[in-house]
Design a protein around this ligand. Structure first.
Ligand code: PLP
Length: 417
């Protein structure tokens, strides 16, 4: 019989923490990276564009994801930017995007002088509500950008059915969802382009970096040109720059790190999955707490082990619940993902006619983006919690985390759960 807890038993109230060992962590860069860098640096001067490490990484990515073309770039933000360009997004076009994301999803939209259009999230996953995308589609919609936050899957089969009906390009933001799947198919391979970040916080880390994958030669070439000054560095490229472009190439050093990390990635994801699946199974049925709702056959890659908190049932919100969980020795946090329409930049767009001159006149009056345009996403900070975890955490720790959740809910509800 599990013990019955009262409020005084909670560590946040001075009780004994349920998990008393240090939460496991470890190195995120490995010896093989040092060896690969030594080899790289003992050769000739590093080439700036399409060097051997970058070209090898392309092939490795193509093989890992079973996609025809890979375009490595300097960051996840750059990956999304070049993907938007390849999708033909330009001045005044609209891009439908999740309001819960990193600025990296939005930067490219702004830089192309296009208009982000936010669609609210589902209450039980805090991911794009695909059933509400259609009402946002207009004659100006050029792309849809679902964001697979926390390694959890947006319902891509449903989104792709809709996108095909309207002939709209889909760019999947997979920055937080390396090797996540629905069924056998990786997220990022449903849409026309998938875009990933390999910054320091992601499942695989190369310091900085990002990449796009696509099946379309045309889109791959457009991304390559846009990312590399539109210089003629592959057969068929225009002989001189044919359109304004960027320099956001990935370099040889970051590519070398990424290549080693990519080799280890499947094992790391399995380790994360053992933690995440165990935690989700063990908290199922706890009143007021729910594991993330996911499409059938989804296999998240768990950037966090997330859950929702129903404050009406428990009398505390996710922020307080995560504080209680942390006191029990389980590192947890709420406010996991920024609510983008709440940011200052959206309060001020109308003040800057020069920067946004190509937006359609009359559309960007003050209040064009009401702060509460996506109420479910706006309140996500108080409803979404997550246990912090990496490949270093164990199934035993996942079980501890779930026991701590049950302990807190038992104390809050006055009955054993
Ligand atoms: C969902 C999401 N999209 C895009 C990005 C941008 O990636 P980067 O920081 O590599 O530019 C991030 C990174 O934090 C992210 O989490």
């Amino acid at each position: 019989m599990a013990p019955i807890y009262c409020m005084d038993d909670l560590a946040v109230n001075g009780g004994k923490p349920l998990h008393r060992r240090p939460w496991r962590t470890g190195a995120f860069h490995i010896r093989a990276e040092i060896q690969a860098l030594e080899k790289l640096l003992s050769g000739p001067a590093l080439p700036m564009a399409r060097g051997p490490a970058v070209m090898a990484l392309r092939e490795q990515l193509q093989q890992q994801y079973g996609m025809r073309y890979a375009v490595p770039v300097s960051s996840g933000s750059a990956a999304l930017h070049v993907a938007l360009f390849a999708a033909g997004v330009g001045a005044g076009d609209e891009v439908i995007v999740s309001p819960l994301t990193d600025y990296g999803s939005i930067i490219g939209i702004f830089q192309l002088n296009a208009i982000p259009v936010f669609v609210d999230v589902l209450p039980d996953s805090l991911l794009m509500d695909v059933s509400r995308v259609e009402e946002k589609i207009t004659a100006r919609t050029r792309a849809i950008m679902p964001v697979h936050n926390g390694g959890y899957a947006v319902d891509m089969p449903a989104l792709m059915r809709l996108a095909r009906r309207h002939d709209i390009t889909v760019i999947e933001d997979c920055a937080q969802a390396h090797l996540a799947r629905i069924g056998k198919r990786f997220l990022g391979t449903y849409g026309h382009i998938g875009a990933w970040s390999t910054n320091e916080s992601k499942h695989m880390k190369s310091g900085e970096g990002g990449f796009c994958l696509t099946r379309s030669k045309k889109m791959a070439e457009a991304m390559d040109l846009f990312a590399d000054k539109c210089y003629p560095r592959f057969p068929g490229a225009p002989p001189t720059p044919a359109f304004p472009a960027l320099n956001v190439r990935l370099n040889e050093v970051n590519a070398t790190l990424a290549a080693v990390q990519l080799q280890r990635l499947p094992r790391w994801i399995e380790q994360r999955r053992m933690f995440g699946d165990t935690f989700a199974a063990d908290i199922a049925g706890v009143p007021g707490i729910a594991p993330m709702a996911q499409p059938r056959q989804a296999a998240p890659s768990y950037w966090w082990a997330s859950f929702t908190v129903d404050s009406a049932t428990l009398g505390v919100d996710a922020v307080r619940f995560c504080k209680m969980l942390s006191a029990e020795g389980i590192p947890a946090g709420a406010n996991l993902q920024g609510y983008v329409p709440g940011w200052e930049v959206f309060r001020r767009l109308h003040e800057n006619p020069a920067a946004f001159a190509s937006y359609r006149p009359g559309r960007l009056e003050a209040g064009f983006y009401p702060e509460d345009c996506c109420p479910l996403a706006q309140s996500s900070g108080t409803r979404l919690g997550g246990v912090r975890m990496t490949q270093h955490n164990t199934v035993g720790e996942a079980r501890s985390a779930a026991r701590a959740v049950r302990k807190i809910v038992s104390a809050l509800s006055g009955r054993q759960v």
